[in-house]
Design a protein around this ligand. Structure first.
Ligand SMILES: NC(=O)c1ccc[n+]([C@@H]2O[C@H](COP(=O)([O-])OP(=O)(O)OC[C@H]3O[C@@H](n4cnc5c(N)ncnc54)[C@H](OP(=O)(O)O)[C@@H]3O)[C@@H](O)[C@H]2O)c1
Length: 241
């Protein structure tokens, strides 16, 4: 059986690393994207016993770095079957900054990685996805990007009023829909997912899901036949936009 190729951004730790770990143990060649060479190499090394894992340097906030990553993947592997846009940041959470106090620099920094980075990665990796007969893009969004959740006082995330992060993930959802429509004729599936609230550096120890649980919907889509497209999904099914 030919192995599928998955490229994951921000895969040196957290949910991205867990997705890499689970897919390495299945029939996948895992291209583990990370911005820091030491962290990326160390993460790939840890997974090498499970299967085929290669570190690919990529800083999604730097378009030259994205272009170099796409070129490296093109030269060495020639295609990508599954692109997981996972890299993400939430600086306002650790700094405890309310919307009224959030400066534009932090808004722009958050969008650089969570939104513009994801779009630039799609643009640069599209030629590689077009080489696959089962291509898909998984954009790692958040329930905090769900407009329905944001305005529902009964929703458990109603109080998580993170201006930059929530707006960036809402916009990422719009990006998923736009690419799903645009790439439908080329059979490239594009979905947004939410992992739930997961214990990672970003999610903090207060979260109630393990990385295994958080990675589940991504692994499910990566290994699924008859994929949906243009959906917002968690491990239990569709999530309101
Ligand atoms: N944890 C949650 O509860 C939760 C909930 C909903 C959605 N998510 C989403 O899930 C994704 C993964 O988050 P996580 O919880 O696993 O957080 P994490 O443990 O903090 O991991 C984030 C990853 O993104 C990488 N990254 C950040 N900026 C980058 C850049 N410019 N270029 C390349 N990589 C970059 C980090 O690399 P470094 O190690 O170099 O910093 C790290 O590998 C994010 O998109 C996040 O928004 C998380």
């Amino acid at each position: 059986m030919t192995k599928k190729i998955v490229f994951i951004t921000g895969a040196n730790k957290g949910i991205g690393y867990e997705v890499a770990r689970q897919l390495a143990a299945q029939e996948f060649i895992v291209l583990l994207g990370a911005r820091d060479p030491q962290r990326g190499t160390a993460a790939a090394q840890k997974l090498i016993a499970l299967g085929e894992v290669h570190f690919v340097p990529i800083d999604v906030a730097d378009e030259q770095s994205i272009a170099a990553a796409a070129e490296m993947v093109s030269k060495q592997w020639g295609k990508v079957d599954v692109l997981v846009n996972n890299a993400g940041i939430c600086p306002e959470l650790s700094a405890n900054i309310r919307p009224a106090a959030l400066e534009l620099t932090m808004l722009k920094e958050t969008f650089e990685t969570n939104l513009f980075g994801a779009v630039a990665v799609i643009h640069h990796f599209l030629p590689l996805l077009k080489q696959s007969e089962t291509a898909q893009i998984i954009n790692v969004s958040s329930t905090l990007g769900s407009s329905a959740s944001m305005v529902d006082p009964n929703n458990m995330y109603y109080g998580a009023n993170l201006l930059a992060y929530n707006a960036s993930k809402s916009a990422l959802n719009a990006v998923s829909v736009a690419f799903a429509k645009d790439l439908a004729s080329e059979q490239i599936r594009v979905n947004s997912i939410t992992p739930g609230w997961v214990k990672t550096d970003l999610g903090t120890d207060a979260a109630y899901l393990t990385v295994e649980q958080g990675a589940a919907i991504i692994v499910k889509l990566a290994t699924m036949e008859n994929l949906p497209t243009g959906k917002f999904l968690d491990d239990n099914g569709e999530v309101p936009w």
